[in-house]
Design a protein around this ligand. Structure first.
Ligand SMILES: [Zn+2]
Length: 203
């Protein structure tokens, strides 16, 4: 945080005082009041934003844009990851995006891709999918619910099938995610349960 006794870099004499204003911003036809952080010098009166204040302002704007675009916000992703019982490193190992991807998503420094957004929602909705992805990435899951189905005995396959030719009218390529598994309570059943989700990929 910027210290309120910081010396003004412009006049070299005054002290900077932090301020927060409400700023009306618009994006894609929606408006919102966002906090705007800056500092004012008590001597020369100049207004300035430190790198940290600028970063916070950008994060607030990016979170608003994600919401308008129908994407998970940083707070949504943090909540989802917490529900799945994994830290940011494990999330990156399971879902991809690079070692600091989840720190950037959750802090609203970066907008996750559309496919990443959909993959997170699917993994959150279908435990067998999440379990199989974790297994493939060789990530141990501590949540007992997932540990229970994180076993080859229950999960038969997870396939990501590209459907580029299936629907030529589709403007974007689509992926079909199919997972086959036996629910733990019906493990003795001979029937596999299959779940299938369509994922639209944007480029
Ligand atoms: Zn000054």
């Amino acid at each position: 945080m910027v210290n309120q006794f910081e010396i003004c870099p412009i006049c070299g004499e005054g002290h900077l005082n932090q301020q927060v204003d409400k700023n009306n911003v618009e994006y894609n036809g929606r408006s919102c009041l966002l906090d705007s952080h800056y500092s004012v010098c008590d001597s020369c009166g100049s207004e300035q934003a430190s790198p940290i204040q600028t970063r916070d302002n950008k994060r607030a704007m990016l979170a608003f844009k994600k919401e308008v675009d129908g994407l998970l916000t940083g707070a949504d992703i943090r909540a989802l990851r917490t529900r799945l019982g994994i830290n940011q490193n494990k999330a990156a190992a399971i879902f991809g995006g690079g070692p600091v991807a989840f720190s950037k998503y959750e802090n609203d420094d970066v907008v996750q891709s559309d496919p990443m957004d959909k993959l997170l929602r699917v993994a959150d909705e279908f435990p067998a999918v999440f379990s199989a992805l974790a297994k493939k990435a060789e990530v141990q899951l501590s949540n007992p619910i997932y540990a229970q189905i994180n076993s080859a005995q229950y999960v038969s396959s997870v396939e990501l099938v590209k459907l580029e030719n299936e629907n030529p009218a589709a403007k974007r390529p689509q992926l079909r995610l199919v997972s086959s598994f036996k629910p733990p309570l019906q493990a003795s059943s001979k029937e596999w349960v299959s779940q299938s989700s369509l994922i639209n990929v944007s480029r």
